[in-house]
Design a protein around this ligand. Structure first.
Ligand code: FAD
Ligand code: NAP
Length: 336
């Protein structure tokens, strides 16, 4: 089917922050053929391309020049432990479908909003598991050449909330599908105290379904639901600090949570730093630090792009002057 390109499309309903943004051109694609057509349209008109998945990790400016491509390829092919998934499938739908087929490995990643195609971008992670652990390869179309490429996991540059798609391939590749290898036997990963405490308290049996249920319940209790309150989850990455700074911080506050990293240094909790700095509830215009989770910036309904970035700047400055730590923003800013 031919693509239908719209002009001046409002994206408020397509980003979970609920920011009022307008795309100069907008097209939804549900096949690689349609994606290629969209590339052709952008090339003819010399338009920049912006890919939009579920819009749950994006901070949109009011006006977005160029062509916004909404990914809608929703294929799913399960062959034993090998699972090939279209980029447009909802992530949590993939988690529940695979669990129902007794394929394991995604349970800790339950209820992460967004699409499968965005999972490699920041190497989504939760409760001690990252996308990279189940990834085999990522298929993409290159924007400049239209060429279709396959990247093996080892070529994806996966790191903590990071990948090659945020670096060398930033804005150069549109992911069309991913291939995963899941486990046929459940191997519990309960190192995050939140899950095991919840399972014990609720007397849940040790199964993949229970872990998924626990993760969903904890998330529903802890995080504002984007359906009711605009947000993009964690606004800042958890910072990594050297041993020296960690020691100084520990001396000043022996309660400060610190997680030793295999590569050296410590990962700190950005949420704890924000609370310690007394920033919970801080607001700029319609944007506020969530009362529910201090790593979340929420839209009280009328927040503008400037409100959100203004608040983020205040938080960054305050954390820097108090702890000598630079916080990095996690979601992508469009256009940046
Ligand atoms: P979008 O927001 O649409 O896009 C994000 C980035 O990916 C953009 O740069 C976009 O261009 C790019 N992109 C998307 N699809 C493609 C594609 N097919 N090809 C190329 N580029 C593409 N994240 C975590 O890691 N762990 C969590 O536990 C977590 N919890 C969250 C909880 C809440 C309540 C919310 C709102 C967000 C949370 N997030 C979490 C962030 C977010 O859900 C993930 O980053 C998710 O993968 C984003 O998916 P999306 O489809 O919404 O991507
Ligand atoms: P939590 O379990 O209360 O833990 C607080 C922080 O400490 C987390 O950010 C986590 O880091 C870290 N942590 C806890 N136990 C750890 C361990 N055993 N080893 C290493 N680090 C540990 O966190 P939460 O806020 O409720 O979130 C739970 C999980 O969901 C976390 O993994 C978090 O990243 C993820 N999440 C992500 C987003 C997002 O938008 N990116 C939003 C909500 C939740 P990590 O964050 O590095 O895991």
């Amino acid at each position: 089917m031919e693509i239908l390109v719209q002009q001046n499309t409002n994206l408020k309903a397509l980003n979970t922050f609920g920011l009022d943004a307008t795309a100069e051109y907008f097209v939804a694609v549900d096949s690689t053929e349609q994606l290629e057509e969209a590339f052709g349209f952008a090339k003819d008109k010399k338009l920049a391309i912006w890919v939009l998945g579920g819009g749950s990790n994006l901070v949109l400016r009011h006006s977005i020049p160029g062509l916004c491509i909404h990914m809608g390829i929703e294929s799913l092919d399960i062959d034993g432990q090998r699972v090939q998934v279209g980029a447009g499938l909802n992530w949590h739908q993939l988690v529940t479908t695979t669990l129902n087929q007794e394929l394991f490995g995604l349970e800790n990643l339950s209820l992460i909003p967004g699409q499968v195609g965005a999972a490699p971008i920041q190497n989504i992670g939760a409760y001690g598991i990252e996308f990279s652990e189940v990834a085999v390869e990522v298929n993409a179309h290159m924007i400049d050449t239209g060429e279709s490429v396959t990247l093996a996991r080892s070529d994806c540059g996966f790191g903590y909330r990071h990948s090659v798609f945020k670096a060398e391939l930033r804005d150069r590749a549109v992911i069309t599908s991913v291939v995963l290898k899941l486990e046929s036997e459940f191997q519990p990963r309960l190192e995050y105290a939140g899950i095991s405490n919840f399972m014990d308290a609720n007397k849940l049996p040790l199964s993949a379904q229970s872990v998924s249920e626990a993760v969903c319940s904890i998330r529903r209790g802890k995080l504002p639901d984007p359906k009711n309150v605009g947000n993009v989850g964690s606004f800042f990455k958890n910072p990594w600090v050297e041993e020296d700074l960690a020691a100084a911080l520990r001396l000043a506050d022996p309660q400060m949570p610190m997680h030793k990293q295999a590569a050296g240094g410590f990962k700190l909790s950005a949420a704890y730093l924000i609370e310690s700095a007394g920033l919970k509830g801080l607001r700029v215009g319609g944007a506020a630090i969530s009362d529910q989770h201090s790593l979340v910036i929420q839209n009280d309904g009328k927040a503008s792009f400037a409100d959100v970035l203004g608040l983020a700047d205040k938080v960054k400055q305050s954390i820097h002057s108090r702890f000598d730590i630079s916080l990095d923003i996690e979601p992508r800013i469009y256009p940046d």
